[in-house]
Design a protein. Structure first.
Length: 608
């Protein structure tokens, strides 16, 4: 969603804010704005469009001198992208300024009450309500005004606030939208995510729900929503600061694809001890693992697709029944959680609103929840009963690649652990699985080395109107992610289908020359997938097949074949997804799309 950055300290604020917003532009890029204490008053500047517009308007921040300020990059929810709807929003006099990430659900009745009291609104946003409500409650004490507002509003928020009467202070508050606070020798920071301030400090505080912080040049003070002082412990971030930079790559997405071998290595290596898998983070004994009767996996988007893969893998190796839910459906369908069930929630950011709600719903019903997340200290990481981190580092491109691969690796570890403690794999088979798991990083590296071959093929489909992906079993799960990658960054209509469903309507969409990407990595289903390829070929389809080395028979029925190294069929997703990521990337680049910032999308979906 939206990105927030704030700074107060000894240095000029505007350049720091712009630099931080640039690191967060993946969270929203419809418009951007900034407010700075400058020459005795709060000066604001905002503009529709990418952050570069704001940078040019302010000459890189030089035209807004001052040592305290807040900034915002927007992903529009209420009101179309425009200068008026851009943040920051202010009261009528411009003496109270606020930036906001989230949604104020009761803004309509609040707006009406304020209008009845004579307040005038100039934007279509829910955020402007906060600026006027702060004005209404402000009687000279900023903290008191903020807490009164927080008691009135419903919904989610991460707020950065300035009061002209207090030029030496910034305020921030949080509920269900991510916000961190940082500190170094020169000042203090607020941000929606770590990359925004990693260049300046590694000492951060993770704000909890309904907490307020007062920032000054020389320190921080935390308060509850009832104005009670709080003591919080800082966390040291060990990410490489260069991980949030492009490092010479044209796009973050390409860089992050090439980081996948390291990401998978970093995720599996600490959990492989000799010839065993040790996952201390589970906080479960082997006996407790043996008593799990059912697993519910809940996630959104690409994380959901890893869950679909995990269903096949867990049921195959550990023989545990698994249900996979889209988080937004799980939270509203009154799910039946039986005794002995375990819930696994998956999220790169650890802040995905629907996934977080599913976690809370499950815990409220008394069920143990395991979080698989990438961001240390995120809401899901803190609220889950146990957390299995994927060590992918910062992922900047909106379309996930390396976090997806890390999630798959974590789920493989989990499935193998369950299988072993339940006595369903002998030592020989377990050793073979471990060996194949250890080989994945090098095999991914090998596939990334074929990028020129994939690029050449992708150039043929820059003008495609429809592309379909088909597969069976795990290959269907791979198809889901391959299709999503293509559609979200290239804007080409794409769908994934279980290959066995072709006869039930889908095949009517196949026309002469339509590209069908067929996944055929599962030995037991290979011949059936061959039959499905023959079906679409008979209707004029051009077939790109992805299969394992040695399956030469597929060349007789396909037009273009990509081979992946041999591995345990359960792990095939980790390899087959690589050419599909590259294909999507090069199609999007050929179409001139903004690969890192696809239209209408944002990296971390922190609202419903």
């Amino acid at each position: 969603m939206c990105g927030i950055v704030g700074y107060i300290g000894k240095k000029q604020a505007a350049p720091i804010i712009l630099d931080g917003l640039a690191k967060l532009e993946y969270r929203g890029y419809d418009s951007a704005g900034m407010a700075v204490y400058s020459e005795g008053k709060i000066v604001t500047c905002k503009a529709v469009g990418r952050l570069k517009v704001l940078e040019n308007l302010t000459r890189g921040g030089e035209s807004m001198p001052g040592f305290a300020g807040i900034g915002h990059t927007r992903w529009a929810t209420h009101g179309a992208p425009s200068d008026l709807n851009s943040h920051p929003h202010t009261n009528k006099e411009g003496t109270i300024v606020v930036v906001h990430n989230g949604i104020i659900e009761n803004y309509i009745p609040l707006k009406k009450k304020l209008q009845d009291k004579g307040y005038e609104f100039v934007s279509e946003t829910d955020t402007e309500v906060l600026a006027h409500l702060l004005d209404y409650y402000y009687k000279g004490n900023p903290l008191e005004a903020i807490t009164k507002v927080l008691h009135r509003v419903e919904g989610s928020y991460a707020l950065g606030i300035m009061f002209a009467d207090f030029p030496g202070e910034l305020y921030a508050a949080r509920k269900d939208s991510p916000l961190i606070v940082g500190q170094n020798a020169d000042g203090c920071f607020i941000a929606s995510d770590v990359p925004a301030i990693l260049k300046y400090t590694r000492t951060v505080y993770y704000m909890d729900n309904q907490e307020v912080v007062r920032l000054k040049e020389d320190g921080l003070q935390f308060f509850s929503v009832d104005e009670e002082p709080l003591t919080k412990q800082s966390v040291t971030i060990d990410w490489d600061a260069n991980a949030a930079e492009k490092a010479g790559y044209e796009h973050f997405m390409l860089k992050e694809m090439y980081e996948q071998p390291k990401t998978v290595t970093d995720t599996i290596s600490p959990r492989i001890k000799g010839n065993d898998i040790v996952i201390d983070e589970l906080n479960m004994t082997d006996e407790e693992l043996r008593t799990v009767r059912k697993i519910h996996i809940v996630a959104c988007g690409s994380a959901y697709h890893t869950g679909v893969t995990a269903k096949y893998v867990l049921e195959e190796l550990a023989r545990i029944p698994v249900e996979v839910d889209v988080a937004s459906e799980f939270r509203y369908r009154n799910p039946i959680l039986e005794e002995g069930s375990m819930v696994i929630v998956i999220s790169q950011s650890g802040e995905t609103a629907d996934t977080l709600a599913a976690l809370r719903e499950s815990k409220a019903r008394g069920f143990k929840v395991l979080g698989i997340v990438n961001v240390v200290g995120s809401s899901i990481a803190r609220e889950a009963d146990a957390c299995l981190y994927t060590w992918a580092g910062p992922e900047i491109a909106v379309a996930t690649t390396k976090a997806y691969s890390a999630q798959l690796a974590a789920l493989y570890l989990l499935a193998m652990k369950f299988a072993k403690v339940r006595g369903l794999v002998d030592d020989e088979k377990f050793a073979a699985l471990l060996n194949d798991l250890r080989c994945l990083p090098d095999q991914i590296e090998l596939l990334l080395g074929q990028k020129e071959k994939i690029q050449h093929f992708a150039n043929r489909y820059v003008g495609a109107r429809d592309i379909f992906f088909i597969g069976r079993g795990i290959d269907y799960a791979i198809s889901l992610e391959g299709s999503l990658k293509l559609k979200e960054i290239s804007y080409i209509h794409s769908e994934a289908y279980a290959a066995g469903e072709l006869k039930h309507g889908t095949i009517s969409l196949i026309e002469e020359g339509t590209l069908v990407v067929a996944l055929a990595t599962q030995p037991e289903l290979f011949q059936k997938t061959i039959s499905n390829i023959v079906e679409v070929k008979a209707r004029g389809a051009f077939v790109m097949a992805v299969t394992s080395e040695g399956n030469k028979a597929i060349e007789k029925v396909s037009d273009y074949v990509v081979y992946i190294p041999e591995t345990t069929p359960c792990f095939a997703n980790s390899l087959a997804i690589i050419p599909l990521q590259l294909f999507a990337y090069y199609v999007a680049v050929g179409r001139g799309c903004d690969v890192d910032k696809p239209r209408n999308l944002a990296k971390s979906v922190t609202v419903e």
